[in-house]
Ligand binder design. Structure first.
Ligand code: FES
Length: 211
């Protein structure tokens, strides 16, 4: 388990904890056990406990995952999402990203009954996947363009834009907006892994590139 207390530690440390095994216990259940029975100072986030709020995203064995629906097993290495500012233990800064997001006008801009740009066709499964975004920030944590300073808009923004692009009520040109945000710089590296099953390149980036 990744531990870091900015008031006491110079750098993060990894600590092992013994948690009783119960069938179908989740990683979130194990974290709660540690906090309740072993070390109340362990910091982590969660909300719904059922794949709805996106708050429990962590890295499990180096890969983004949701703690509330990943089964606990022996030897798991649980850390915070990488690439985001670490606040404490497993908690990363979400607030600054959502503050920044407000700048981009990623909200439905309804047409007055006629959608001038037409309605692009979307596979029903693709729509269901896009709508399943929990804003857990897993996809942006691994994006190499995010920290490159090249003005790339990051995967979560493109998932939002794709939701709007396929929405028949929306009138704004989301392809043009994606271009302005630097979607052409996507390296197609597929590091923007979504633990909730969105195929970000296929479902969002490619359609916004006109593919
Ligand atoms: S606690 Fe809400 S998605 Fe995991």
């Amino acid at each position: 388990m990744h531990r870091f207390n900015p008031e006491a530690d110079i750098k993060p440390v990894w600590k092992a904890y013994a948690v009783p095994y119960e069938n179908k216990n989740t990683v979130l259940g194990a974290l709660q056990y540690i906090q309740e029975k072993i070390d109340p100072s362990l910091a982590f986030r969660y909300g719904c406990r059922y794949r709805r709020c996106g708050l429990c995203a962590v890295e499990i064995n180096g890969k983004p995952a949701m703690a509330c629906y990943t089964y606990a097993e022996d030897g798991l290495r649980v850390g915070p999402l990488s690439g985001l500012h670490l606040i404490r233990d497993l908690v990363v800064d979400r607030k600054s990203f959502f503050e920044e997001l407000k700048k981009y006008s990623l909200y439905l801009e309804p047409s007055d009954g006629h959608n001038a740009r037409g309605t692009p066709v979307m596979e029903p499964e693709q729509g269901a996947r896009l709508r399943s975004c929990l804003e857990c920030l897993s996809c942006i944590s691994r994006c190499p363009n995010r920290s490159s300073g090249e003005g790339f808009g990051v995967p979560l923004i493109y998932v939002r834009l794709a939701q709007l692009h396929f929405d028949p009520r929306d009138r704004k040109d989301r392809l043009a907006q994606a271009k302005l945000l630097g979607i052409d710089r996507c390296r197609n590296c597929n590091k923007c892994f979504c633990p909730n099953g969105i195929a970000i390149i296929k479902d969002a980036i490619k359609p916004l590139l006109g593919g």
